[in-house]
Design a protein around this ligand. Structure first.
Ligand code: PRP
Ligand code: URA
Length: 214
């Protein structure tokens, strides 16, 4: 489903995603269950975000006859988790795209200004020639995703997608303005941000809930 008829913003319109997100949003859900659900929903969104992967054909022998059959054209992909919480999504992407490389980008937000700072970025050498999937459970103000996407562009990346579980309208607007070339795939779009930059109703601090740090 498109968000506000914008062909670059794809919202999952699927009962499994809606159901699993509701379990995640519940503050009584355990760290173990929360982590497993991040991974599962990550896999479901990856399914949608890879819909445009190019196919070619190859000749195979079925038990019945020879046939030309579709196979992935072998596009090179890198998944880029924004540390920390983005790590929770890597496993789900890799389960569907096992050949993808992983480029880590470390980002922390100043607690007062909410400004993001990149403190670490380790990518495969051929990152510029890969299709990039930046992943993070939360798109709140959009500052972290904006900084991560800009860092990838600095390194020559041209084809970038952003995958998040929950987005705020403010975050979507930020990425659409700063990176009109980037498609956004999200599990849900929530109502708003609160005064502390948290998504409402949201699911709280995704990193703390994945890693059990609170
Ligand atoms: C969270 C989340 C995003 C960011 C979203 O990370 O995982 O990276 O906030 O907020 P924004 O859109 O306003 O930038 P956080 O900074 O809490 O770090 P963590 O992953 O280490 O918990
Ligand atoms: N980061 C989170 O982890 N949760 C929010 O709601 C906003 C930013």
């Amino acid at each position: 489903m498109l968000y506000q008829n914008d062909e670059h913003v794809h919202v999952m319109d699927h009962p499994l995603v809606a159901h699993k997100l509701t379990i995640m949003r519940n503050k009584n859900t355990s760290t173990k269950d929360f982590r497993e659900l991040v991974s599962e929903i990550g896999m479901l969104i990856t399914y949608e975000a890879t819909r445009d992967l190019p196919l070619t054909t190859k000749h195979i022998e079925t038990p019945i006859c020879g046939a030309e059959m579709p196979t992935l054209a072998g596009k090179k992909i890198a998944v880029v988790p924004i540390l920390r919480a983005g790590l929770g999504l890597v496993d789900g992407v890799l389960r569907l795209v096992p050949s993808a490389r992983v480029a880590h980008i470390g980002m922390y937000r100043d607690e007062e200004t909410l400004e993001p700072h990149v403190y670490f970025c380790k990518t495969p050498q051929d990152i510029a020639s890969r299709d990039i999937m930046v992943v993070d459970p939360m798109l709140a103000t959009g500052g972290s995703a904006d900084a991560a996407i800009s860092e990838m562009k600095k390194r020559g990346c041209k084809h970038i997608k952003l995958m998040v579980l929950v987005a705020a309208p403010e975050g979507i607007q930020c990425i659409r303005e700063r990176h009109p070339d980037v498609d956004i795939f999200c599990g849900a779009v929530d109502e708003k941000l609160n005064e502390r930059g948290y998504i409402v109703p949201g699911l709280g601090d995704a990193g703390d809930r994945i890693f059990g740090t609170k």
